[in-house]
Every structure is written in C-alpha cells, then in structure tokens.
Design a protein around this ligand. Sequence first.
Ligand SMILES: Nc1ncnc2c1ncn2[C@@H]1O[C@H](COP(=O)(O)OP(=O)(O)O)[C@@H](O)[C@H]1O
Ligand SMILES: [Mg+2]
Length: 610
Amino acid sequence: MDIHEEEHLGKLYDAQLARRLFAYLKPYRKYFLTSIVLITLTSAIELSGLNITMVVVDLYLKPRPAEELSLIARTVANISNQLNWQPSIPEALTVFSAIYLLVIIVVFALSYFQDVLLNTMGQYVMYDLRKEIFSHLQRLPLSYFDRNPVGRLVTRLTSDVDALNELMTAGFATLFSDVFMLLGIIVFLFLVNWQLALALLCILPLMIAITAWFRRNATRAFRTVRVKLARINSFLQEHITGMAVVQIFNREEKAYREFAKIDDEHRKANIDTIFYYAVFYPAVGLINAIGIALIIWYGGLQVLEGTLTLGALIFFIQATHRFYEPIQDISEKYNILQSAVVASERIFKLLDLPISITSPANPQKLGKFKSEIEFRNVWFAYEDENWVLKGVSFKIAAGESVALIGHTGAGKTTIVNLLLRFYDVQKGQILIDGHDIRELDIAELRSQFALVLQDVFLFSGDVKTNITLGNDAISKEKIIEAARQVHADTFINRLDGGYDAPLTERGSTLSAGQRQLLSFARALSYDPNILILDEATSSVDTETEMLIQDAVGKLLQGRTSIIIAHRLSTIQKCNRIIVLHKGKVREIGTHQQLDSIKYRLTQSLPQLKR
Ligand SMILES: Nc1ncnc2c1ncn2[C@@H]1O[C@H](COP(=O)(O)OP(=O)(O)O)[C@@H](O)[C@H]1O
Ligand SMILES: [Mg+2]
C-alpha cells in the first residue's frame, strides 16, 4: 500500500464532492428526508422537555406572580387556565412527571426509527457503491493492476466505503441534530432570561478556542496514526504472503525486529492522540463548570433580587449541561468526517479512471475464426519508450500449431497479452481474419481463445466450477469428458467428493501437475477456436509428464494453437517455430526446417529441455 496516499488530507468541505455524494443518496431520498424530519422532531421534543422542571418549580413548588414568570412558564400557566385545569400540588407533580416520562419515551422511539432509517439508507448506498467500484475495477486495463497493489484496491472496496457510510449516517445525523440542538438551546436561554443568557455566552470564545486547539492537533495526530497503520498493514501483507521465504531464509528474527519498530511507532502515534483527548474532555468539563458557577453566582443574585425565578435558575443549569454536549460531539466527529472525505476522494478517483480498453461502438463481426492471425509491424512498451516488442510481424494460419520460443524476457507472454487485448499496441496492428482486433467486440475476441498459463489460477470453490468457471452452458457430461480427455479424471476421482470436492484458496491442496491438468480440462471444456499455452508444461513432475504430453496432443487436435514452451517434446507437435529475440522475430521456420532450427536452438538456448 502506498503510504503517501494515506497521508493525503482533503478539505473538509468541497461543494463538488458533496454534490457527488448526494447523488448516491438520491434513490433513497425518502429515507433521507424522513430522517431529517425525525431528527428535527426529536430535538424539538427533547428541548421542550428541558422546560418541565422550571414549569413545575415556578408554578407549583414555589409559585411566583405572573409578571416574574419566564415566557415559557407563563405560556404553560395560560394553557392550563384556558383548559380550566387547577390541580393540587401533588396532582401537578404527578401529571408533569408523567409528561416528562412520555417525552423521554417519545424521544426514544423517534431516535430508534431515525437510526434504523438512516443506517438502512447507509447500507443501501454502500451496497450500490461497492457494486459500482467492483464493476469498474473489472473493466480497468491490466496495466492498472500492474501499478496498484492488491491491498490498496481492497481498501477502496472495504474500509473506504465504510468510512463513507460513517459520514452519511453517524456523521451526518449527529452534525444535523447537534447544530439544531445548539441553536435551540440558545433560543430557549434567551427566551427565559436574556441577561443570564448573554452572561453564559461570554465563555463561548473560551470554548471555541479549546475546540480549535483540539481539532488542529488531533487532526495531525490522527493523520500520523493512519500513516503508521498503513505501514503495519503493508508490512503484514508482504510478510504473510512471503512467509515461506521468510522461514526458508531464517528471516524471522529480522522481520520481528522490523515489525516491532513500526508497531512501536503506531503505539506512540496513538498515545499522542490520547494526550489531546485527555486534555480536551476535562477542559470542556472545566469550562462547563465555569459556566455553571457563573449561573449560580450571577443567577443566584438575581433570584435573591427577585428578577429571576428559582425554576429559571434550575433550567439554566440543566441547559448549560446540554449546551456543551453537541460542541464536544462535533469536535469528536471531526476526524471521522475528515477521513470520510479523504476516502470519498479516493473512491471517486478510482471511479473516474478511464477504461482505456473498450469495445468500439459499432464492432465488426468476427464469427468463427477461419483464416489467419497477423501481427503487422507491432511495437509495444509497458512503460514509456521501453520497447518490449520492436516491429514484430508474423502470420498464423487457421489450423496451424505454432511454437513461440526465445529467452526469458524476449516478449513471448507480451505477444499473448496483446493478442487477447489485455494491452493495446502502440504502433502497428494485430489482425484476426483481416479485422484489426481494436475493431472487434472484446468479449467476442476473447471468446475465440483459451489460455493456459504456467501459474494456474484456481478460485476457491469446487472442482467442477473451477473447470467451467461458472459457465452453466457447460454440461456435467462435458466437464467429465474434458477431464477424461486430458487425464485429469484419475486424480479428480480420487479426491474426496470427486467433481464436487472443494478446493482451497489458489488450489494449494493440489500438486502443480494436477493444477495444470485441471487447467487443460478448463481449456478443453470451453472448446476454443484458438488455444494458447504459455509455458504451461514446464512446472510438471516426470510422473505427470506423459499424461500432459498426451493431453496437449488432444488439446491441439483440430485447433489453431500458439505454444510457448521450454520442452522440445512439446514443440515436436508444432507445424512451425517462431524464434523471438529481444523483442524481434529472429527466425521463422517452416515444417521442413524444424529439425535444423531445433538443433541450433539446443546449442544457443541451453535452458531448453529435451
Ligand atoms: N506488466 C509489465 N509491466 C512492465 N514490464 C513488463 C510487464 N510484463 C513484462 N514486462 C517486461 O517485458 C519484457 C518481456 O516480458 P515477457 O513478455 O513476459 O517475456 P517472456 O518472453 O519471458 O514471456 C520483460 O523485459 C519484462 O520485464
Ligand atoms: Mg512469459
């Protein structure tokens, strides 16, 4: 994983980004709007609940003349007059306690629905987003995967999407309700007693200052934590994947020390964030206490003077407590929001990557391959001007078996990559039956081929799905027939469960030879027009050798084939040989010249086995 990428920090608010995020909410706007209504309602009810103590104290416990009452207490008194409700004190206490309880229950119920709604919406948005990212990933050219490690791409689909969900549910909901609460409390404070409210607001700058300090430092500290965590992840990924190498070369001790070091850095970074939290929370508590002390002192004096009721004083103390909660909350959520913004930027960057290898709008029809494959002066480089193929030209006629040989790094696999359009050529053309492959539908082009590689990739799943790759058009009989033809049936039948036997990740329970036979069965069951074997027979034990030779023979029957091989015994079955050297075609030998070429090759290419 690229560490520097984790260090990147976005702006917290970016209009374009916000618009794009909202686009994902659009299908779920009913959820979204209902949530907002519910949040508003919950906060409003919670706010009115705060007034109950004041009303009870001022109207019933220590009754005040009407002119001394706060606007809210006065309104409640008016309403009960109009309703002709003159309760005794115990009656009033019972009724208002019941109302208080009711408020709590209603707030609970509303919060529940709002939470469920918002999180359901979040899950749907994540579901959509993951599908979109995966579908985009699948269409990206292979060159993208050359440059981007697996770990990073998995992060896009997992934790980055999660972070975004956090933003849309927890982040958004708390932000909205916190801001609403904050404004509501201020309005109520002024309604009850504006002088005291002004006095209380005096300590607000202090609060803003400490919050700003916290945010600035916590952001920096959290960024460090993220960087260190990314380092731990990439270290683990590398070392777990390469565990065999670590153990063979006795690198455990050194790897352990290295890991201990980055683990320690991660610990230090986390402890750093703890410091800021440890200062921030008590500091907010302190400011809160200062506010309450101010109210008791200044408000208490006012109570003695008779300009403030006891109930109002109690209300102020309660409201002050509630006042700092949202502020604390917002500061705490700041980091979540920030990493969510970064995550969304990264996700959108991935989604914006152009899909450079696409089918044309009006593809030419290829049909069944019948005439010839032609490389016409093909130049290709994976990067910049590092030419891997330099003016390669050759033709392969339908029905022919052609061997492609040359030193390691000569460009043999590259030729296959280009033919299947995993990459596009920079200069020249590749033609199939006279059509430039860029003029063909990619799916149609690729369906002409079956490719067997030296490294057989097996998916976790059972044997038969690894042969069909989930293609339902291939019948059970066809699977068994294909396996029988390439002699894979012997070992499959010995497996516990036969064709239904589960294979572990990458087929690690099979030998290399067995995996190879399985991949031959895969190729044969797809019955391709053109078969490509890329060093498919080199990693096989002598025991399987004979089987493989025979299997290859079966595969070649009635098919056009390109065989990249180290073994002369495999090439024996080919009609022609193309010798590739440093990205150029050095020699093309016909059937008649086969023997002399083979002789010279064994002299000049010692790695060719007999
Ligand atoms: N994905 C890639 N990105 C960059 N360079 C590559 C890539 N794949 C192969 N190459 C380079 O291209 C050259 C030819 O590789 P390849 O076609 O795999 O050779 P081979 O003949 O052994 O199959 C080599 O120098 C190799 O380093
Ligand atoms: Mg190769």
